[in-house]
Ligand binder design. Structure first.
Ligand code: GLU
Length: 914
């Protein structure tokens, strides 16, 4: 018994020692088990599984070290049952836990958060939460809605949306988009709000959006609903290349978008999970396959941790990151403190001693390698600093095209080279519906002996052009002639468009094509490609007829103006000759050369002689007397030069006039047309030409429009062809305003017709597309390439000059255009020379006259002024062509008798002949 008693004491002592030792060891290191609790909504299996998986993986990889295991307790809470959540949480804290994860439900979350705050146990959430304040012991890994909605605002701005429809599922959607709703810039966007109805038929609401022609849609709904909404949108024709969608779901990668990726619709979304990282890819694959490397080893074959087919949603990724983040923070806490896990009591509100430190480590921990990128928190425990991928649905699938960060905003990462490639891809293999209107030579019915089908039934400039564009961009097209052959006119009363523009607006065509003029009005409703032809309005009229020979056609070489100037010059030169010859002493000649002392001097340039002299020279005949003085010779020389030039010009032009047939041209410009009322004029009804006159600011065009409007029968015609026929048939009594390119085409083939005057305006033809059509970019690029290759020119030559009787009127073209009369601008220089000569001659004559008077005054010792007065009086008396020779003073009989035997002279000197 004694031995037994001693032994029992020894065993007791060893036991106590071991217990003490164990206690000492325990107090120095992390406990062998750390328990965390996850509160999950009952149905949220995925979150529960990811939570368990993440914890198991930590244990498997021995992340905590020293043999410590992380124990996860999963509590399934009925959604919104705060009482139950409270009960389960308090049971768990009583057993000693260091962190609480979840729940996802907002109703229970606030309750759990306040308990954790009171007990100082870190609370980690991964749910969408729009509150702006949270308790001290709580953090949330889900990006804060204010930051997310800023990201959507940046994307909307990046896409330059001016109007869009917010299609939302519940009021939370509006909270999610709060930054857009309170747009900082006033009137930056025109936003329409539509709520998705309960149930699963979204077509009525989608139809409403379609009716108001809104092409930009910001869709905020649960990820599971997105497919249905898009599918129904597709059924009513809203998943076409014209539509743009921004989806607010962060889980676009989970939606089956196969049906939409060839539609050309621009579908954009954001994603926080960084799928490019290997770990994410591996995990996604494992989860998706329903098998994890760790679970097999841990639980043995056949017992799978993950149910087959689980996907990596944003929330599951966040839960995984939450566990990883917690473990990192725990390890940092372990490095600086001995962690003691104590039981807490909800009733007593006894707090956990390390909770404060752990929550601080959680907030400052930067876990760069999270599945959702770098994780960091602001002081309030919100995640506001994160990166988002900008995703776009393209033909290969979802493609990352850019990124977003609060500091940089939204940025595209695709290169310049990729953009056109993407653009081109959008149109490849598509079949475009092309609405077209007939007009030669742009769109015509093909002439063939065989029965043609499909697109082969049509031919023309535009058809060839489109075929070349389609070949470049690898798309197909089907040609649909528009009903009524209408181009597209806007009815201001009804507010409706007609013709091809209507077809585009109502979604029955992707492209409109013919000689469709790019106009401001049309540009409001549709988009135009770059122009493929430039033109302007001009007048189509019959060719001028031959004028009947005129009796006075000899007058034609010179204009009336020139004839009048010539007659004036003739009279002027004759008069000048007359006066200068009287002024110049050298023109006063001895009438009898044998008598050295004549009584009288004679001037042969009487007025009649001057006129005869000038006409003789003009007719190239000359006359029997010639000037003697320098001044009068200058006059004669200049006149001869003048007549030489004028007569040569007249002769040359007369020859041209006599050989060329003269044409009768009643109108030569739009002003001629406006000035008269005999020739009627009109335009194509409902076209840009009519609109030009209707809306012109120029009075002359407005007046012409009024004239056209009031004419009976109407001068407006249904088509260009009808207008052309009317010009031909009305025999010069109708002129048609048409676009210059069409006139060019007509006058090549209808030889009776011609273009009159220049262009009234300048405009271009283009292909029209619905607004924001994604095909515009690629078609523009293709047209530019064709232009640089000179294809426009080649096609124009083919259809305007060669095909369908082109060049028919070429031979006759030479017969038009005659010589035109010479007007003052042609011969004005000769008049100038003549006038300068006359001026010079006058100066010389005055010099001669002055010098003669000076001599007389000197020799006769008479005051110069007296001589000047006497001589000028004689000259301007314009009487008589002879004057007596002046006598010297001593020869004078009476001092009062004038030198020429006249009382007009005050002195009696008889001037000897010089
Ligand atoms: N090209 C014109 C248009 O697009 C039609 C012809 C015209 O008005 O002269 O409306």
């Amino acid at each position: 018994m004694k031995v037994f008693g001693r032994m029992s004491w020894a065993v007791l002592a060893i036991g106590v020692t071991l217990m003490v030792l164990c206690h000492v060891q325990e107090s120095e290191q992390i406990p062998p088990t750390i328990t965390v609790v996850g509160l999950f909504d009952k149905e949220d299996i995925k979150q529960q599984m990811v939570f368990g998986y993440a914890v198991d993986r930590i244990n498997q990889e021995r992340v905590l070290g020293k043999g410590t295991r992380l124990i996860s307790r999963t509590e399934k809470i009925p959604v919104g049952d705060s009482f139950f959540a409270h009960k389960r949480l308090c049971q768990n804290v009583g057993a000693g836990i260091v962190a609480v994860f979840g729940p996802q439900s907002s109703k229970t979350s606030a309750h759990v958060q306040s308990i954790c705050d009171a007990l100082e146990i870190p609370h980690i959430e991964t749910r969408w939460d729009f509150r702006t304040r949270r308790d001290d012991y709580s953090i949330n890994l889900y990006p804060h809605p204010s930051a997310l909605s800023k990201a959507y605002l940046d994307i909307v701005r990046l896409f330059n949306w001016k109007t869009f429809c917010v299609l939302y599922d519940d009021n939370m959607g509006l909270v999610r988009l709060q930054e857009i709703l309170k747009t900082p810039k006033k009137n930056e966007f025109k936003i329409m709000y539509k709520r998705l109805p309960a149930g699963d038929d979204f077509r009525p609401i989608l139809n409403e959006i379609k009716m108001v022609e809104e092409y930009n849609i910001l869709l905020d709904c649960h990820t599971e609903k997105v497919f249905d909404v898009l599918k129904q949108a597709q059924q009513i024709g809203m998943v076409t290349a014209n539509y743009n969608y921004i989806l607010t779901t962060l889980d676009l990668h989970l939606i089956d978008l196969e049906d939409f990726k060839y539609s050309g619709t621009n579908i954009t979304a954001l994603r926080i999970i960084d799928l490019s990282r290997d770990e994410v890819r591996n995990l996604t694959e494992d989860w998706h396959a329903g098998q994890t490397r760790y679970s097999n080893r841990l639980y043995g074959k056949g017992e799978l941790m993950m149910p087959k087919g689980i996907n990596m949603t944003t929330e599951t990724a966040l839960m995984y990151d939450a566990v990883q983040l917690f473990v990192k923070a725990l390890k940092r806490l372990d490095n600086s403190n001995d962690i003691m896990v104590t039981a807490s009591d909800c009733e007593q509100e006894s707090s956990w001693g390390h909770g404060n430190s752990l929550i601080n480590y959680l907030k400052v921990e930067e876990m760069v390698e999270g599945l959702t990128g770098a994780i960091s928190f602001d002081p309030s425990g919100f995640r506001t600093d994160f990166w988002l991928d900008i995703l776009e649905l393209q033909r290969p699938g979802i493609v990352k095209v850019g990124y977003w960060h609060p500091s940089t905003g939204a940025n595209f990462t695709r290169t310049n080279g990729e953009i056109p490639t993407n653009m081109m891809e959008g149109i490849q293999n598509k079949t475009l519906r092309v609405s077209m209107a007939f007009n030669d030579p742009y769109v015509m019915l093909a002439e063939s002996a065989e029965k043609l089908t499909g697109n082969d039934r049509y031919e023309g400039f535009c058809i060839d052009l489109l075929t070349e564009v389609a070949a470049k961009l690898k798309f197909n097209f089907v040609l649909i002639p528009v009903e009524g052959n209408g181009y597209g006119g806007f009815n201001k009363t009804t507010g409706n468009w007609s013709g091809m523009i209507k077809e585009l607006l109502e979604g029955r065509a992707d492209l409109a094509m013919t000689d469709l003029t790019i106009s401001h009005e049309r540009q409001q409703a549709v988009d135009f490609t770059m122009p493929f032809m430039n033109l302007g309005i001009s007048i189509l009229y019959v060719k001028p007829k031959k004028a009947p020979p005129s009796l006075f056609s000899f007058l034609s070489p010179l204009s009336y103006e020139v004839w009048i100037y010539m007659i004036t010059a003739y009279v002027g030169v004759s008069l000048l000759m007359y006066f200068l010859s009287r002024l110049s002493p050298y023109e006063w000649q001895n009438p009898h050369p044998c008598n050295p002392d004549p009584e009288e001097l004679e001037n042969q340039f009487t007025l009649r002689n001057c006129l005869w002299f000038a006409i003789g020279s003009l007719m190239q005949q000359g006359c029997d007397f010639l000037p003697q003085a320098v001044s009068t010779r200058l006059v004669a020389g200049m006149w001869w030069f003048f007549t030489l030039i004028m007569i040569s010009s007249y002769t040359a032009n007369l020859a041209a006039f006599l050989t060329i047939e003269q044409m009768e041209t009643p109108i030569e410009s739009v002003d001629d047309l406006a000035r008269q009322t005999k020739i009627k004029y009109g335009t194509k009804d409902s076209g840009t030409t009519k609109n030009f006159f209707k809306s012109s600011k120029f009075e002359i065009y407005r007046k012409m429009y009024r004239f056209m409007e009031n004419e009976e029968p109407s001068v407006f015609v249904r088509s260009n062809k009808a207008g052309v026929e009317r010009v031909e048939n009305d025999n010069g009594l109708y002129a048609f305003f048409m676009e210059s390119t069409s006139i060019e085409y007509m006058v090549e083939r209808r030889c009776k017709l011609t273009q009159v005057g220049g262009l009234l305006d300048s405009k271009s033809y283009g292909l029209a597309l619905p607004k924001r059509s994604p095909y515009k970019g690629p078609i523009d690029v293709a047209l530019l390439t064709l232009q640089s290759e000179g294809r426009f020119h080649i096609l124009k030559n083919k259809w305007f000059r060669q095909k369908k009787g082109g060049g028919k009127c070429k031979e006759e073209a030479g017969s038009g255009g005659g010589a035109s009369e010479l007007n003052l601008s042609n011969v004005g220089g000769v008049f100038v020379v003549l006038m300068s000569g006359m001026g010079l001659a006058t100066v010389v004559a005055m010099a001669e006259f002055g010098s003669e008077c000076w001599d007389i005054a000197k020799v006769d010792k008479v005051p110069l002024m007296q001589v000047l007065k006497d001589e000028l009086t004689f000259v301007f008396k314009c009487k008589g062509s002879s004057k007596p020779v002046r006598k010297k003073p001593e020869e004078s009989e009476t001092a009062t008798e004038d030198a020429y035997g006249s009382n007009d002279y005050n002195y009696t000197v008889k001037k000897p002949l010089t």
